[in-house]
Design a binder for this molecule. Structure first.
Ligand SMILES: Cc1ncc(COP(=O)(O)O)c(C=O)c1O
Length: 443
């Protein structure tokens, strides 16, 4: 790389390293397709230097060790912290067997919307298992967690209603809110006092319409959690409804795998709970749960993605159900303990080198880098060293708040964790030298 970087003009160096996804977000021009070309040219120029760490592909099954290809490199073997399978259930013999058996009995796909004939007895069985895990008896399923987040808001909120949400909520929640009402307010991250002030100010002017308050059990980009009891209390005090996205924590945390809600002693006490099967339950798909049979029916027929998309497939349903059985068992407790041993070992490995992982322990370990350019160069070096992590940079987080996201599995081994820390730190040192090179004659 060094030789080819040296050949770049200072302007090209600055352009390639300084620009990000955000620079191309709002292209102008009448031709909707032609105007995408500048962005593609940017990706290609980044890829030439191994600096496009997105849209990679697994060449083998997901797991602690795997092979990954990307736009610049053919398959590389390495230690994998870039893909989700928090309890390692995707390779569990019972989970795999459940998927194969469902495929034999029902075939590969769902044959319609869940409001037509897309359900199978396997998807109905999954609803019951989700209900039991959450202590909320009425469950609606969605083809993905994204669809569940979007659909949960779109179903209940109308343009005269209000949404009050954490400004760091996931894109599915932000976009669901934007599609439902123009009346959206964002509160300071995890700040129950700021939430209360906003609820009070809305209710001072509008006693007639609904308010949906939205937060997450664990924030994947921060590894932290709100005080859910304070949030739920505020909602009830001001006549609002709380929706909590538990994509990252359900199954992987809390007693019985009940996630942050159970960890805070609130199982069955949150108004609306939605999540994804993709992080812990070895399947694609999502859900919305509550105590209300009416809310379930309303979500089915007025939350677009449930009605206007094919239902979760029989294989997805059987896999998620088997995963929930394991999550709720003694084996689930043992796997969660192993997961958190690994999380704590990874955090401690960085701490011993003076780097504090963000937030509190959760399945996602976030290693702060600050400087976006250094993080980008380091991600390339890390992949070359045979470790896979995800780069989180602007616009997912503010400029120069870049971080590495490492998604831990119960099945990682202690030696893999120690090795990954050592290689990441070495890659960071190389990246600091790379940055000098890129800057050497940049304006
Ligand atoms: C907090 C949160 N909610 C929802 C989703 C969407 O879930 P899925 O990947 O199943 O669509 C994600 C996935 O990235 C997430 O992190």
């Amino acid at each position: 790389m060094e030789a080819s970087v040296a050949k770049l003009s200072p302007e090209d160096r600055a352009r390639i390293l300084n620009q990000s996804l955000a620079h191309f977000r709002n292209p102008s021009g009448a031709d909707l397709i032609k105007r995408t070309e500048r962005f593609n040219a940017f990706i290609q120029s980044r890829a030439e230097f191994g600096l496009w760490p997105y849209s990679r592909a697994l060449e083998r099954a997901n797991g602690p060790l795997t092979a990954v290809s990307d736009i610049s490199a053919a398959a590389r073997e390495g230690i994998n912290f870039a893909a989700q399978d928090y309890l390692g259930l995707s390779r569990h013999a019972r989970v795999v067997e459940a998927g194969i058996e469902a495929m034999r009995q029902f075939g590969p796909h769902s044959a319609g919307s869940a409001v037509l004939l897309g359900n199978t007895k396997l998807s109905l069985e999954l609803e019951e298992h989700v209900a039991e895990l959450l202590g909320l008896e009425h469950v609606t399923l969605y083809p993905t967690g994204w669809a569940a987040g979007y659909g949960a808001i779109a179903a209940f909120v109308r343009p005269r209603d209000h949404v009050v949400m954490d400004y760091l909520c996931h894109a599915c929640l932000q976009q669901g809110a934007a599609s439902a009402t123009p009346q959206i307010r964002h509160f300071i991250h995890n700040d129950a006092e700021d939430l209360k002030a906003r609820l009070q100010s809305i209710r001072a002017k509008d006693a007639r319409n609904g308010i949906m308050v939205i937060t997450e059990g664990v924030f994947g980009m921060e590894s932290d959690a709100p005080d859910l009891a304070a949030f739920q209390e505020a909602c009830h005090a001001w006549g609002a409804t709380l929706l909590v996205d538990v994509a990252h924590d359900l199954g992987a945390m809390g007693p019985g795998g009940g996630g942050m809600i159970a960890a805070q002693g609130l199982a069955g006490k949150i108004d609306l709970v939605m999540g994804s099967f993709a992080k812990t339950f070895a399947s694609n798909g999502g859900f919305l749960a509550s105590h209300s049979p009416a809310a379930k029916q309303f979500a089915k027929y007025y939350g677009s993605p449930h009605m206007f998309s094919n239902a979760v497939s029989p294989v997805q349903a059987a896999v998620a159900t088997e995963a929930i059985r394991i999550v709720a068992s003694d084996e689930g407790e043992r796997l969660r303990a192993r997961l958190f041993d690994n999380v704590n070992a990874l955090r401690a490995g960085f701490a011993s080198e003076g780097i504090s992982a963000l937030g509190t322990p959760s399945p996602v370990v976030l290693v702060p880098f600050g400087n976006d350019k250094l993080a980008s160069l380091a991600t390339r070096r890390i992949a070359e060293s045979g470790v896979f992590v995800n780069l989180i940079e602007y616009p997912a987080v503010p400029v120069d708040h870049a971080r590495l996201s490492m998604q831990v599995m119960a099945s990682h081994e202690a030696a893999q964790i120690a090795e990954a820390v050592a290689r990441i730190l070495q890659a960071r040192r190389f990246a600091e030298q790379d940055l000098q090179l890129w800057r050497a004659s940049a304006p």
